[in-house]
Design a protein around this ligand. Structure first.
Ligand code: ADP
Ligand code: MG
Length: 337
């Protein structure tokens, strides 16, 4: 059973039987406005404010290599959670930290907490509690942020003809991982450039806030661009046409053979960029936001009609790429596949 089928069958079905219908007029009590299925859940905290909440866990040997620099790990554990707030257009507020540690190693903890708090300070996000236990190294963070209910970004909302955009560049983290795992070999210089993209992702909070009035839908890219885009398309009941040659990639990735380039850019995980849709009327404003944030925002395609959230991939000549080539690119990372 896939990761997503498992969540659907054992947790979403039970949870949706309990979730009260969102009451936009609830003034004096908390209610659940959105449950399982988006980057964050949403609680109504006042007439027009929502609290966005998300949990992400990192497990040694699964999400990071044993022996990784603990300062990087502290950064990454919080960054991946901040990224889910960014995808909802939420302002970070606070987080809890649950830790399973094989040993209480002061040097390790010193460095881990340094990485964690450097990023927490940058986003004014407060550690408010957690839990600590002995066990195989696992870090689980639950993060909370706030967003107005008219401003929140969701996976649903993409409209036919909307542009599809992606921030920064994609594929570097996967290029680095593949090199460390000896799936391919890249130059020392290229590796030095892409390693920080794997270990120290930058959560796109300012972009999420800037997109509140511009994007029709958004998701963060944690499991691979096309697979994550597919989650957005499914939630919005639409499809997409994507120009593979328009995918923004670094110079290090551009030097690699085409198959590695595509695999990393289209299906590599751990990018923590935002993929979003917006009406073509918003292009100028989105380009202005890109300038303001000094962050490239690239149009990679458009929203099409499809009941199955189909993604059609085109090459640089605008020719359809055969399904036999694209089948592996469309599959996002699944822990149980
Ligand atoms: P993301 O990659 O944005 O962190 P995931 O792909 O991990 O999101 O999860 C998809 C959705 O399923 C999210 O809304 C998440 O909260 C929910 N989810 C994942 N695991 C569980 C679980 N064990 N119980 C309830 N909901 C879950
Ligand atoms: Mg996410």
């Amino acid at each position: 059973m896939s990761e997503f089928a498992l969540i659907e069958k054992y947790f979403k079905a039970g949870a949706s039987a309990m979730v009260p219908v969102a009451n936009p007029n609830a003034k004096d009590h908390l209610s659940v406005a959105l449950g399982i299925g988006d980057d964050c859940a949403l609680l109504t905290t006042s007439q027009d404010e929502l609290m966005a909440i998300s949990t992400d866990m990192l497990v040694e040997g699964r999400h990071f290599l044993p022996g990784v620099n603990p300062q990087w790990l502290g950064h990454k554990a919080l960054a991946v959670n901040l990224s889910d707030l960014a995808a909802m257009g939420a302002q970070p507020l606070a987080f809890t930290l649950a830790l399973a540690l094989p040993a209480s190693d002061p040097g390790w903890l010193e460095n881990f907490s340094r990485g964690l708090f450097q990023l927490a300070k940058q986003f004014n996000c407060h550690l408010i509690g957690g839990d600590t236990t002995a066990g195989p190294l696992t870090i689980s963070i639950t993060i909370m942020g706030s967003v107005g209910n008219q401003q929140v970004l969701r996976r649903e909302g993409a409209k036919l003809g909307d542009d599809i955009w992606v921030s920064g560049c994609v594929g570097d983290a996967r290029l680095a991982l593949g090199s460390l795992r000896q799936e391919w070999s890249i130059s020392d210089l290229a590796l030095a450039k892409v390693l920080p993209r794997m270990h120290l992702p930058t959560p796109r909070i300012a972009l999420g806030l800037g997109l509140r009035s511009l994007a029709s839908a958004a998701i963060d890219i944690s499991d691979g661009l096309l697979g994550d885009l597919r989650h957005l398309l499914r939630a919005s009941h639409v499809g997409a046409v994507i120009d593979v040659s328009a995918l923004p990639i670094s110079a290090s990735l551009a030097q690699q053979p085409e198959t590695i380039r595509w695999q990393c850019a289209a299906a590599g995980g751990d990018d923590y960029e935002l993929c979003f849709t917006a009406s073509p009327e918003k292009r100028e404003q989105i380009e202005a936001l890109s300038q303001k944030l000094s962050l490239p925002l690239t149009r990679i395609g458009f929203v099409s009609e499809s009941a199955e959230a189909a993604i059609d991939l085109l090459d640089s000549q605008g020719q359809a790429i055969a399904a036999s080539v694209t089948v592996n690119l469309l599959r996002s990372f699944d822990h149980f596949a």
